[in-house]
Structure formats: structure tokens, C-alpha cells
Design a protein around this ligand. Structure first.
Ligand SMILES: *Cc1c(COP(=O)(O)O)cnc(C)c1O
Length: 428
């Protein structure tokens, strides 16, 4: 499918049934797989033959769907994980451990920030957070001799910063480490980070890829382009024998295309077991089949609503990368193909915290949820929900002022959504 366009890959990628085989991706709801001899199975355990033996490590349904996402991102290998959180964790932990350090953009999902700054810190991995718009000097100063990766989000949730991927990739490569990009909001429809120099791409498939609020999941895609063997001292886990896996050296046995994902599967999945279920992978695949159609409509609807909000007297400010006046617009032109990149808008209701809360209550189509990136419109008022313990000053420092409403624009009719918002704003 390499030469085909992304729309065709969304629909057909990953799975080509043979004669008389199911047209739809089969759900292989089996924990285990049968073999005739112990020798046959031994070859699998030694990673000498490929095949399935236990669904904690690999499952055919999950692999089929991972292969589709791999094609969409232009990668060399991919794996599904049980959640987006697991994908972020594995992506970093696969190449960093106690005593190591990672540079991360400060404009990232709150859950990822906690994972890095609190939980992985407890595991002995230190993170330095830099603004996505920091100067070259600040970025340079963030690196240490023990830095093992750089991490950022294509479009930050919920701040909606667009990352200058090329710049971060160049900085990472100058220090001999890979760039890991969380591409959840943009999806490969609007941005393929590997084309801009990223080495590893992660997803919360829970969001647009699933798109229907049906299944929590994640994915990791490796570009196969980062040459670990140039820095064997930095990446011993990939370049020296793994004693927990019969002394296999991943880069030698699986090449640059396969080493990273094979290690994450054979070692991290084996030991930590954050698998996606075959049922969830099946639902994810249904979402992927229409991803290109849905993303176009999410962006079209969000653009219309953002432009409407910009002109409303009761709206103080609007942030959407697709708006000409948005500070991220130039980067959106470059990295998001001139689209707004996703269906998420943030804006401020004049009158602050109370007015924003009242606005949200009045909406009849968009529901109040912590979720985003769903076919159904939804909205969140961080100041009275996820960030409610913070004072007004703390909210501003965290980039979520009291008047901020995060609106995830769904696939409903845009004029219906605007009428609902208009009615609600005028009633405040
Ligand atoms: C939701 C989200 C995650 C975490 O994904 P889960 O599937 O909820 O674990 C990670 N990154 C981004 C950008 C997200 O929006």
C-alpha cells in the first residue's frame, strides 16, 4: 500500500484477506495459540520465528490494526497499547531508565505531564520542560549528557500550540537522541511527524482515531530511521544483549526498522502488560476507516465556529490554529496543511469564570465531558472542573484562565452548533 494515498490506507491498510477469508478484520478473542511441538513454540520464545503465543505480547487483531496506523504515519513498525498513557510511557521507558534525562515541551497533555514529572521521576528519570516557543539557547541548554529523548505534541491538548517539529527534530538529532511526537490531535490525516524528522510517533487512539468515544487505546509507531547503533553507549538496551531475552541484541537481530518496537513488545509488554484488547482494536479499526472523512469535517466545523466566535461581542478571545490571526497560524500552514489541525477550539467568555460556567450550562448540543475529539461535540470548563482546586492566579499561570472554555467540535451540522452557541451566549 506504500504508493497509495492516505484515504485508501485508512480504509484498506493493514489487512488484505485471502481467498474466502473474512472481509472484516477478524477479532481473534484468544489469549493463547496452539502448537504441535515444544520446539515450534521455543523458536517463538527465542524470537527466531514470528508467530503468536500469548496475547499479552502480541495478538493478530491488534497487529493488523497497528499495521494500518503504521502505514498512515509512514513508519517501519508499530504496536497498540492499552491507552495513550501507556503509549507515552512505553515510548520513553523503552530507551530511558533510572539516571537518564528527557527534554519535553511544556505544552503537553496534563496526564502526560503528570506521568513524566511525577511518576517517571519516581522511577529515576528526570524531565526538563521547555516552552515550545523557547529560544534556541534555551532549547540547547535543556540537554544534558544523559539526555535520551525529546518529547512534544504536534498540537498541544488543551493549549493548542503547534510544535515546530523540524526545529525540535534538528535539536534532538544534534544531541544524538530521537524526537518522540504525540500526534493525537492532528492525526496522520493532518500531520505526519516522521516526514518532518520525528523518529517515533505516539497516539491516544481514544481520541479522533476511535472517534466515537467507544474504546480507550494507544499506539506507538517507529520510523525505523533513528540509528541507535551510532550511540551504543546511550542506548544499551537496543545495542547490547538483552539477558532477559536469551541474549538477543535487538538492533542486530531486527535492524533499525524493527529493533525499537520488538524491544518494546518483547520486554516492556511482557513485563508490564498494557495491552489493547482485540475487541477494542476492532472498534479502533472501524474508526480508522472513516478517519480522513471525519477529520475534514471536524476541521471544517471548527473553522466556521472559531470564525463565528471571533466576531461575537461576548467572546473575549479565541484560539484555533486555523484562524488567520492565531499566533500558531504560520506553523499550522506549514505542519497542518493549512487546516486548523483538529476540531478543538479554546475561547474566553467575557465575564470570567462565572460567565463561562453559565455558558456551558446553557448549551443543548455540546455535552459537558472531560473527553475530546469525539463525533459528538463536547465542552469543558477547566476552572470549575479539571482545575477547580486552583486560585484565579494559579489558573492564569497554568495557561487555563477562568474564562477559558474548551470546545471539541463534533460532526453535527455547523449551523446547528452555531445557533446553539449563539442562543446561549446571548442569554448570559
Ligand atoms: C488523551 C490524551 C492522552 C492520553 O490518552 P489516554 O488514551 O486517555 O490514556 C495522551 N496524549 C494526548 C494528546 C491526549 O489527548
Amino acid at each position: 500500500m506504500k504508493d497509495q494515498r492516505i484515504e485508501t490506507k485508512c480504509v484498506q491498510g493493514g489487512y488484505t484477506p485471502g481467498n474466502g477469508e473474512p472481509r472484516q478484520v477478524p477479532i481473534i478473542q484468544s489469549t493463547t495459540f496452539k502448537y504441535a511441538t515444544s520446539e515450534d513454540m521455543g523458536k517463538l520464545f527465542d524470537l527466531e520465528a514470528s508467530g503468536y503465543f500469548y496475547s499479552r505480547l502480541q495478538n493478530p487483531t491488534c497487529d493488523t490494526v497497528a499495521a494500518k496506523i503504521c502505514e498512515l504515519e509512514g513508519g517501519s513498525a508499530a504496536m497498540l497499547t492499552g491507552s495513550g498513557q501507556a503509549a507515552s510511557f512505553f515510548a520513553v521507558f523503552n530507551i530511558a531508565s533510572i539516571g537518564d534525562h528527557v527534554v519535553a515541551s511544556s505544552a503537553i497533555y496534563g496526564g502526560t505531564y503528570n506521568l513524566f514529572a511525577v511518576t517517571m521521576k519516581r522511577m529515576g528519570i528526570e524531565f526538563t520542560f521547555v516552552s515550545p516557543d523557547c529560544s534556541d539557547e534555551e532549547l540547547e541548554a535543556a540537554f544534558r549528557p544523559n539526555t535520551k529523548a525529546v518529547f512534544g505534541e504536534t498540537i498541544a491538548n488543551p493549549a493548542l500550540n503547534v510544535l515546530d517539529i523540524e526545529r525540535f527534530a534538528n535539536a534532538a538529532h544534534a544531541h544524538g537522541v530521537p524526537l518522540i511526537i504525540d500526534n493525537t490531535f492532528a492525526t496522520p490525516i493532518n500531520c505526519r511527524p516522521i516526514e518532518w524528522g520525528a523518529d517515533i510517533v505516539t497516539h491516544s487512539t481514544t481520541k479522533y482515531m476511535d472517534g466515537h468515544g467507544a474504546a480507550v487505546g494507544g499506539c506507538i509507531v517507529d520510523s525505523g530511521k533513528f540509528d541507535w547503533t551510532k550511540y551504543p553507549d546511550k542506548f544499551p538496551g537496543l545495542c547490547t544483549p538483552d539477558n532477559s531475552y536469551h541474549g538477543v541484541t535487538y538492533t542486530e537481530r531486527f535492524g533499525l526498522e524493527g529493533a525499537y518496537i520488538t524491544k518494546a513488545t518483547a520486554q516492556l509488554m511482557r513485563d508490564l502488560g498494557c495491552v489493547q484488547s482485540p475487541q477494542s482494536a476492532y472498534l479502533l479499526n472501524l474508526g480508522l476507516e472513516s478517519l480522513h472523512v471525519r477529520m475534514a469535517r471536524h476541521c471544517e466545523n471548527a473553522q466556521k465556529i472559531a470564525e463565528y466566535l471571533e466576531n461575537h461581542p461576548k467572546v473575549g478571545w479565541v484560539r484555533y490554529p486555523g484562524l488567520k490571526n492565531d499566533p500558531e497560524h504560520a506553523k499550522a500552514e506549514k505542519y497542518l496543511g493549512g487546516t486548523g489541525g483538529c476540531g478543538v477550539i479554546s475561547f474566553g467568555v467575557k465575564g470570567g469564570k462565572a460567565a463561562a460556567a453559565e455558558f456551558m450550562k446553557g448549551l443543548t448540543i455540546a455535552a459537558i465531558e472531560t473527553h475530546v475529539a469525539d463525533a459528538r461535540s463536547c465542552c469543558l470548563h477547566p476552572a470549575t472542573a479539571t482545575h477547580r482546586q486552583m486560585t484565579d492566579e494559579e489558573l492564569i499561570a497554568a495557561g487555563v484562565p477562568g474564562d477559558l472554555v474548551r470546545l471539541s467540535v463534533g460532526l453535527e451540522n455547523a449551523d446547528d452548533l452555531i445557533a446553539d452557541i449563539d442562543n446561549t451566549l446571548n442569554n448570559i
